[in-house]
Design a protein around this ligand. Structure first.
Ligand code: TLP
Length: 337
């Protein structure tokens, strides 16, 4: 059996999801008449507590539209140095929005409000004006870590006082919701805009949603068009998203439980790993490329994210048997090293 732990992006639509896609009523979303896309956007707005929402082809596009719509060229955008929009989006903030990214340290993936606010310089013609703070929840590069709600509150209210907008990259925000037992709106209320991915742990094949104020989303729609993200019968994809939001949120606890089982098994074999708060682990191995090849030979796919680190991500296509298979592949690796 193949156990694909490379990312939660690898999930395939289930049969019921495919059936929902086949039954979808569609129109032409660029012409504004796709009922399924409209339904998904209304659902996302309602879940996030924002006025409006926009269906995008990817989380990357959602983040970059947010940056573009909250800033002017020459502005400064603050984020964790390892944050996705800066570290994994191909230089897009500079290329698409002409902004400077101020990279902040974020131990454990969590920005410290004092660090953020003390890095903000007073208005002065020498300085790029800071206008946007990006927060990633859960934080991918730190191992799916979850922002405490009080920290989000402090960051959100402090940013507002200083005149900064807040965009929450919530690619995996539902993992945070489930881990904390809260609704999306309890997290999203601390940000001006929030994006979340349907194509990760929620199991849809494609798509993300960007949520925010009504007039701002109208502009975001235009920027999506500019970037080539206007889609036509995208209702088929939106139907997968509606299915995902209706059926696949609560079950994320299973992914968290399996990540914990992986952690317990790996640490008992002597491996060191980040302790999962949600569905991601970074495991230290002597040579990541060789380790990943050895695991793959046993049907366990992982990603070498550094010279001596591999990432494991649990998701709805990895069951308990898959986790045990992964642990025995690591067992064989431990014997070899
Ligand atoms: N992350 C991917 C890779 O790009 C690293 C993954 O496998 O984890 N924000 C966050 C926090 C993300 O982790 C990702 C994808 C995105 C945004 C972008 O989403 P997509 O892949 O839909 O553009």
């Amino acid at each position: 059996m193949i156990v694909d732990l490379r990312s939660d992006t690898v999930t395939r639509p289930s049969h019921p999801m495919l059936e929902a896609m086949m039954r979808a009523e569609v129109g032409d979303d660029v012409l504004g008449d796709d009922p399924s896309v409209q339904q998904l956007e209304a659902m996302a707005a309602q879940l996030s507590g924002k006025d409006a929402a926009l269906f995008t082809p990817s989380g990357t596009m959602a983040n970059q539209i947010a940056i573009r719509c909250w800033t002017q060229p020459g502005d400064e955008v603050l984020m964790d140095a390892g944050a996705h929009p800066f570290s994994y989006e191909a230089g897009a903030p500079g290329a698409i929005s002409g902004v400077l990214v101020r990279q902040l340290p974020a131990p454990g993936g969590i920005l410290d409000p004092d660090t953020v606010f003390s890095s903000i310089r007073p208005a002065n013609d020498h300085f790029a004006p800071p206008t946007l703070l990006c927060i990633e929840n859960t934080c991918n590069h730190a191992g799916g870590t979850v922002y405490p709600l009080e920290t989000l509150e402090t960051l959100g209210s402090g940013a507002a006082e200083l005149g900064l907008r807040v965009h929450l990259d919530g690619a995996r925000v539902f993992n945070a919701c489930v881990a904390q037992g809260v609704d999306l709106r309890d997290i999203a209320c601390h940000a001006d805009s929030v994006s979340f991915c349907l194509s990760k742990g929620l199991g849809a094949p494609v798509g993300s949603v960007l949520c925010g104020p009504k007039e701002w989303i109208r502009r975001a729609r235009r920027v999506r068009k500019m970037l080539g993200g206007g889609m036509r019968q995208s209702g088929y994809l939106a139907a997968a998203g509606i299915y995902a939001l209706s059926h696949n949120i609560a079950r994320l606890v299973d992914d968290h439980r399996r990540a914990r089982r992986l952690y317990d098994g790996l640490t008992s074999m002597g491996f060191t790993s980040t302790e999962p708060q949600t569905n991601i682990l970074y495991v230290d191995v002597p040579s990541a490329r060789v380790a990943a090849e050895g695991l793959a030979a046993r049907g366990v796919h992982t990603i070498a994210t550094g010279k001596d680190v591999i990432r494991l991500v649990t998701h709805l296509d990895v069951d308990d048997a898959g986790v045990e298979q992964a642990l025995s592949a690591f067992g064989a690796l431990a014997e070899r090293t």
